[in-house]
Design a protein around this ligand. Sequence first.
Ligand SMILES: Cc1cc2nc3c(=O)[nH]c(=O)nc-3n(C[C@H](O)[C@H](O)[C@H](O)COP(=O)(O)OP(=O)(O)OC[C@H]3O[C@@H](n4cnc5c(N)ncnc54)[C@H](O)[C@@H]3O)c2cc1C
Ligand code: SF4
Length: 451
Amino acid sequence: MLILFGGVYIYDVIVIGTGAGGATVAKDLSLKSKKVLMLDRGCRQRNGTYVKHMKTKQIYLKNNLSDEDKQKYEFLTYPLDLTNIEEIGGTTTSSIGNACFSCSSCYSNSIMQQFEDKNLDIFEELLEASGELNVKYFPKKLWGHSTKLIADAGEELGYIVEPMPKFIDFEKCQFCGKCVNGCIFDAKWDSTYFVREALECGAVLIENFNVFEILHNDKKVIGVVGIDENNEKHIFKAKRVIVSAGSLNTPIILKNSGVENVGESIFFDIFTTIGGYLKDANLKNELMMGVKAEFGPYFLSPHYSMQLQPLMSKKGFVVDDKDIIGLMLKFADTCIGTIDEKGQIEKTLTKVDVDLIKEGYDKAVKILIKLGVDPQSIVATSLKGAHPGGTAAVGEVVDNNFESEINGLYVCDASVIPEAPGRPPILTIVAIAKKVAKIVNQSLKDDENEF
Ligand SMILES: Cc1cc2nc3c(=O)[nH]c(=O)nc-3n(C[C@H](O)[C@H](O)[C@H](O)COP(=O)(O)OP(=O)(O)OC[C@H]3O[C@@H](n4cnc5c(N)ncnc54)[C@H](O)[C@@H]3O)c2cc1C
Ligand code: SF4
């Protein structure tokens, strides 16, 4: 059945997706009394259950590893796990609450710098976003046992170890280490808060609605088409559509809609967790990634992964998970990779990438040994990607107003970031969304003034 809402435009704006980008733009436009329809292919989930809803795609990375590297850094030969969440709140629901101001003090090719090179300024919006998410540095007096050990060992080795900025209310936080599951103590911000605010301001949300195409005529948006939970096809009309379906889905919708140059330079902000045996470390049960040490294109931060225990068992270290300590190495990968209209990804691990991993891995191992980890027990997980982006980049697919070649079709999620930041992107995506909300609000006003 096809339901077409005649020639009448019921909504000012349709927003696809309720992740960091979609929820923010929907909330800001609803606060300006715009009629907003939010469509999401997922539904609401209970906090404490999000790990169950995580989607993982395995990607075989093309590479040119030497035999020596394959032996010493065996983890580089495994396929990469790419994760995201397609529910109300998108992937924010599983975040560890890390905020990053995307400035160039940590990494010269930060998002702010990438945008500045294109004469795009989101500084004001970044400050607004930071205020709304109540970003605070993780205070030293609250650091857990393993976080302190890692910070001390890092500093003794001459590295600068600093607290991580977080969008976590430390008065409510129980430091349980289960952020990835969704916080049951209401301490961590995720974008479901903004979805609720948008609804309170009159926005409409349709869950379990899978958008597959943006409709347009003469290069002007007229609506979207998709299917509901009963597999019935619907068309919703609006002159402005904001695609915020995340970097893995936005390119598919844009390609289906005839937008060009989409999905040509995907990045993941690749990471691995390096860990080993330390009696009673108990990192698993403290707030993860509480501190960080910055090294330009990469950083190191305390992190526990469920993969560490089985990997250590394989090496003969059968240990309790409370006796494991680890460090995440995350870096800005080269954007050599593509995603096609079916979501198939091809991605290369370049020599630059491999050299960064080797450098970061060696530093992490030094820190672990310094704090007392048995060197023989040290293992590294397969590579992972949790920040995909770059699939509808500013300057390639959208202009400085985040608008595509189709008039009224905007993109507002991690897809618009041109190159890997190697840093947590949520705060920046919220800032981008605040900018998009201002741009779309102004364009609606301009329309009104025409009459
Ligand atoms: C375990 C984990 C921890 C992380 N921790 C942090 C952290 O601490 N700090 C940080 O900054 N970043 C973190 N990240 C990364 C961060 O969560 C993501 O980069 C960010 O949330 C992406 O936001 P987005 O708006 O681009 O899209 P997404 O979060 O991918 O949202 C897309 C939305 O669109 C919907 N959708 C998709 N396709 C369709 C369709 N066809 N029709 C309708 N709806 C659709 C989805 O259901 C979803 O709601 C983490 C990621 C993971 C996996
Ligand atoms: S560590 Fe804090 S923010 Fe994270 S889930 Fe536990 S209580 Fe919530």
